[in-house]
Design a protein. Structure first.
Length: 319
């Protein structure tokens, strides 16, 4: 049996001994003191509950790895008791975390290929009813060497990059890639969506007709026209369009801020809004849009940041 709180116990013992000898109204006095003691217990118990809640209000962040290569993804497991919202701040950019239940949250944060090697300024913020908790994340970006590619493209093909419709293409594709859907549909590694040689790797510095035109944000898989294209992982088709520059295009929302992009397709095998499974046939390889030959341009994005899809073919345990 628990002992009474010290302050009430001292008073209770002193009066009890005196009244037992001299006071006939002992029963009523003991009854009153018992009520007061009980009240003291409620106060102490309430304080203990409050202290326990304060101890539980700890924001814990566990990265899958302490080092992330340029073009990789920081995978964060977050525990945030009583949080109503959790977000990850990378510099001036803020991304929502994905609620997984039981005070657990997750976040997949893309590390752009040109991110400076060294410590990554990443912070997790959790909103509680009465305050916001913050926790810095200790991650290091490691440097990679990216290749250079020089292409020769026919003038009529190169002209597609400056057509009036190009900006609308970028807008529609960008909106689909930045879309955030809570609850990731994927679990485990992403599969390569087509068989064939990788003709262009992620991060390649590209020159077209002697002019530097940018950085390749995905991989190009060389394959014959009509070869099957499969979904790299489960998700929902959020964009299916026939564009002048990008050709026949699909975007699959995999959930949790991750989306897949498939370009230059010959034909479609799925509809916009359709749910697909990992490995499901979704299209055929083509050379539509600005392409020098049949191939699949395949890319993965985390909250709108292009990441190396080859790095997502091997995932840490629990992901």
């Amino acid at each position: 049996m628990l002992s009474p709180p010290p302050i009430w116990g001292a008073r209770f013992q002193g009066i009890f001994v005196s009244d037992m000898i001299t006071t006939p109204r002992l029963a009523s006095l003991l009854s009153l003191l018992s009520l007061l003691a009980a009240a003291g217990w409620l106060l102490v118990a309430g304080g203990a509950r409050h202290a326990a809640r304060a101890v539980d209000d700890v924001l814990t962040v566990t990265p899958a790895t302490a080092r992330v290569p340029q073009g990789g993804a920081a995978l964060l497991a977050i525990r945030a008791p009583r949080a109503t919202a959790v977000r990850v701040r990378l510099g001036e950019t803020v991304h929502p975390a994905d609620a997984r239940g039981d005070d657990r949250w997750e976040a997949v944060i893309g590390v752009w290929m040109e991110t400076k090697p060294g410590p990554l300024a990443l912070t997790v913020e959790a909103d509680l009813d009465d305050r916001t908790l913050t926790a810095p994340v200790a991650l290091t970006v490691t440097q990679r060497a990216f290749p250079i590619q020089r292409l020769r493209m026919a003038r009529e093909q190169a002209a597609k990059y400056t057509a009036p419709s190009v900006q609308e293409e970028y807008r529609l594709i960008g909106a689909a890639l930045r879309r955030f859907t809570a609850g990731r549909a994927w679990q485990g590694s992403f599969q390569r969506p087509a068989a064939g040689r990788i003709a262009t790797r992620y991060g390649t510095q590209r020159y077209r007709n002697g002019e530097k035109v940018g950085i390749h944000k995905g991989i190009d898989i060389a394959a014959p026209r009509g070869a099957p294209v499969y979904a790299a992982h489960a998700g929902v088709v959020t964009l299916r369009r026939d564009f002048g520059l990008h050709g026949r295009t699909l975007v699959i929302d995999h959930g949790g801020g991750v989306a897949g992009l498939y370009l230059h397709l010959n034909d479609f095998g799925v509809s916009e809004g359709q749910t697909v499974k990992r490995g499901q046939l979704i299209a055929r390889v083509g050379s539509t849009g600005a392409a020098t030959g049949p191939h699949l341009h395949y890319a993965l994005y985390a909250h709108g940041t292009a990441i190396d899809p080859l790095l997502m073919e091997t995932m840490p345990a629990g992901w």
